[in-house]
Design a protein around this ligand. Structure first.
Ligand SMILES: *[C@@H]1O[C@H](CO)[C@@H](O)[C@H](O)[C@H]1NC(C)=O
Length: 328
């Protein structure tokens, strides 16, 4: 009993102390925010893109954030790595960290479920979107188009090329597990990203893992299971700023690619809109240059040229073929 008031006094002192620390912190935060001319610095320094090479304009989203890293950003992160004396190490068992393969993670997930989990009937009613373990351990990140990080490179290249804004409309033909699409969905307004994909496993990964885990359910992308270049479920009203196919046309019969282009030509915004096709355009070159040009002209399309884009993270460049619509 006698010690009770004493402990209250200490608590009050602690309270006062923590309050003053909090006040000092808030003042410091406000000061650093007001003295930080970050947006001004970024908008002037953003003129030089790293990794792109071929782009000049900087794309800003509605929130004012840049899409590609600047030279200064790259220098900053290199400085952080240097200043912290970081070195790449083998991914082996070490104190406090227990690296495991995806297969081991999956096994643990199914067998042990971690330290805290519900048992019995309760196991089924506490999780809003129960996700299969295979998706939770991100096995689909290795399904195709790896490394996963390369999706960012594709996004940055395409976004710069069409001067992407949140209001843009984008259609991807074959978005797979959303390795690229996620970045578009993040930047675009709700419902502005459309995709046609035929692989069910990939679509499950997109809907059951990628969108919820990235907090993108509110972006309501229109992702449709289908094939044979059937775009009927996307409606007739939308005019796209960008239509792209990453490593998709090369797996299709030429005839089907042309059917698709015919269906898409009048869905592309005249002059400013772009169709981008990666890897090669054998559906065109196999016809011979003149015949291909004739076919494109007939559809109101024009081949703009071949572009390349360097990866930020690995020794790789992506090849893209650019088309636009010349008839209104
Ligand atoms: C889950 O189900 C159990 C058993 O029926 C019930 O007691 C519990 O209240 C439920 N919990 C939730 C969050 O609905």
């Amino acid at each position: 009993m006698a010690t009770q008031p004493k402990s209250i006094v200490i608590s009050v002192q602690v309270l006062v102390l923590s309050l003053s620390v909090a006040v000092i912190f808030v003042i410091f935060l406000l000061f650093s925010l007001s003295s930080c001319s970050c947006p001004a610095i970024t908008s002037t320094s953003a003129s030089k893109d790293v990794g792109g090479g071929s782009e000049s304009a900087t794309v800003e989203t509605g929130a004012g954030d840049r899409i590609s890293a600047t030279t200064e950003d790259i220098e900053w992160v290199k400085d952080q790595i240097r200043a912290n004396g970081l070195h790449m190490q083998d991914n082996i068992l070490r104190k406090g960290i227990n690296p495991r393969t995806r297969a081991q993670q999956l096994q643990d997930l199914l067998q042990y479920k971690g330290i805290s989990h519900y048992e019995g009937e309760e196991a089924t009613n506490h999780t809003a979107l129960p996700c299969p373990g295979e998706l939770l351990v991100e096995e689909h990140h290795s399904n195709y188009g790896e490394p996963w990080a390369g999706g960012r490179d594709v996004f940055e290249f395409l976004a710069h090329s069409v001067k992407l804004v949140p209001d843009s409309w984008v259609l991807e033909i074959g978005c797979g597990t959303l390795r690229v699409g996620l970045h578009f969905i993040h930047h675009l307004k709700p419902e502005h990203f459309h995709c046609l994909e035929r692989d069910e496993l990939s679509l499950m990964a997109a809907f059951r893992y990628e969108l919820p885990s990235q907090g993108l359910l509110n972006k309501r992308p229109l992702i449709v299971k289908g094939e044979d270049m059937d775009f009927s479920r996307f409606g007739s009203g939308v005019v796209y700023d960008l239509i792209y196919a990453s490593a998709v046309f090369l797996h299709m019969p030429d005839k089907l690619v042309w059917v698709g282009l015919e269906r898409l030509a009048d869905k592309l915004k005249p002059y400013d809109g772009r169709i981008f096709v990666s890897h090669n355009i054998k559906f065109c070159s196999r016809l011979g240059g003149d015949e291909c040009t004739k076919r494109l002209t007939h559809l109101g399309l024009e081949y703009v040229g071949k572009r390349t884009h360097d990866s930020l993270l690995f020794n790789h460049y992506e090849i893209w073929f650019e088309f636009r619509r010349v008839k209104g």
